[in-house]
Ligand binder design. Structure first.
Ligand code: AMO
Length: 443
């Protein structure tokens, strides 16, 4: 009888371990990324999970003879001798002793994916062909970086005593208000897709004190913009026993510092491939909403038409200002008007027309919203009533307040938004593996 013993070795070597095997015959598995015929020999470039490995075929190396079954797109196992690449410093290559074809493609690639970067194909075509275009090393590196961001978020918060939670995405109410909520028929009842894990993360504060979630959320964005998706990954945290909402901003600053350091340490190949300039974070400057409006008028001579929120252009000007004044890629803006913030936001006792809340701008675009929440039951009911909301519709959420909860607050950080601005993309779709927008639900 066969038994499974948990042995996960497949006898293959990773490219990063090649220096340990110089002049030895080893095996690798991967996809044939490119074949370049030269005079008297060929380069067979193999794409492994994270590397692109140069293998060289020449009849001089062994008795093996390459045949017509070996084509781009094949999955192969290659055995060969590890040697130093004489033409490229610190690189190694494999002199091919044998190729076992594990599977063959049915057709040729619809576009060229094996150049350094995709040849300026339109974004729409890139997205239509995602299963193919992601095979390009630069495209795939985007989502390795994204992995690093989400991983840094998790690792740092776990180290700070946070508990990771997973909350339902099918809900009886929306958390954020507004018109961008997806309605769903749920066995004859109307329910909604989660706009954020807001209610759940708050409910869990009296239990775990500090919680976080990295998960999908849904926004029915009716317009086709370069910074909105209909499904995106929200990185949320919520923490109890705060002294003020500055505790949340400090936790976010620590998280970002950790993320950038992790990218530098463990994602160096992708950082180099994509030529990413990782922001230096030392201290993040903070400005109040109304002061920011004044900077926009005084410094940039822009006429303000709306004192309740920022226009995208105003955020860009503030980004410019933070760079000029503080050499900072980040800027916290605090004390947003109460009118524009959700019902759970804590008003500033010094002036209740403003809230104890903040946004974080990264290179002139909002990537985070956060703030202190109302923890007192009566205060929360009063704010809901003032907004013509019916507390009875929020009974389970309000149990948290009714039965006692500590002063608390938290934030939501859009994973695609931060990826987009870190990598200098113009469109958030480029930072989403399989984006969902008003026109796109495939692939
Ligand atoms: P908010 O609605 O501002 O706040 O969202 C938080 C962050 O999520 C990102 N984001 C989006 N990314 C892509 N496409 C969208 N349509 C989209 N909408 C928002 C942005 C934004 O800063 N519950 C609060 C957070 C909190 O206070 O804890 C919330 O969801 O990066």
């Amino acid at each position: 009888m066969e038994k499974i013993d948990g042995n996960i070795s497949n006898g293959c070597i990773e490219y990063r371990d090649f220096p340990l095997y110089v002049n030895q015959v080893i095996s690798i598995k991967g996809m044939i990324h490119r074949i370049r015929e030269m005079t008297g020999f060929s380069f067979v470039i193999i794409r492994t999970a994270r590397d692109v490995v140069q293998c060289v075929y020449s009849p001089d190396f062994s008795a093996y003879r390459m045949d017509e079954r070996v084509v781009e797109g094949c999955a192969v196992k290659i055995s060969g001798k590890v040697v130093k690449d004489e033409t490229r410093e610190d690189r190694f290559e494999l002199q091919i002793h044998g190729i076992e074809v594990l599977s063959s493609p049915a057709e040729q690639m619809p576009i060229v994916i094996n150049k350094k970067q995709l040849d300026n194909i339109p974004l729409d075509l890139n997205l239509n062909l995602r299963p193919v275009t992601l095979r390009n090393p630069k495209e795939r590196a985007v989502f390795k970086i994204q992995e690093g961001i989400a991983r840094g978020f998790r690792e740092f918060l776990l180290s700070q005593g946070f508990t990771e939670i997973r909350t339902p995405k099918i809900n009886a109410q929306g958390a954020e208000g507004g018109a961008n909520i997806f309605k769903l028929d749920y066995f004859g009842k109307s329910v909604f897709l989660a706009q954020s894990p807001q209610f759940y993360k708050q409910m869990l504060v009296p239990i775990y004190e500090r919680v976080f979630e990295v998960g999908p959320v849904f926004r029915a964005e009716h317009h086709d913009t370069s910074r909105h998706l209909n499904e995106y990954i929200s990185m949320d945290f919520e923490m109890g026993f705060i002294d003020s909402f500055y505790d949340i901003m400090n936790m976010e600053t620590g998280t970002l510092l950790y993320i950038m350091d992790l990218l530098q340490r463990e994602y160096a190949p992708e950082v180099a491939l994509l030529n990413v300039s990782l922001p230096q974070i030392d201290q993040i400057p903070v400005v109040k909403f109304m002061d920011a409006k004044e900077i926009i008028t005084k410094k940039f001579k822009k006429k303000i038409t709306d004192y309740r929120d920022f226009e995208p252009e105003e955020e860009q000007l503030l980004g410019k200002w933070a760079k000029q004044e503080f050499n900072s890629d980040f800027l916290f803006v605090t004390h947003y008007p109460s009118e524009k913030r959700p019902f759970y936001a804590m008003d500033d006792p010094a002036d209740p027309t403003y809230t104890l809340s903040f946004d974080l701008l990264f290179r002139g675009i909002e990537i985070t919203t956060g703030g202190q929440r109302i923890h007192d039951y009566h205060q929360q009911i009063a704010k809901m009533m003032a907004r013509n909301m019916n507390p009875a519709d929020f009974e389970s959420y309000l149990m948290a307040h009714k039965y006692g909860m500590p002063p608390h607050g938290g934030l939501g950080l859009g994973l695609e938004r931060i990826t987009m601005h870190l990598l200098g993309f113009k469109n958030v779709r480029s930072a989403s593996m399989f984006p969902r927008d008003i026109n796109r639900v495939t692939p």
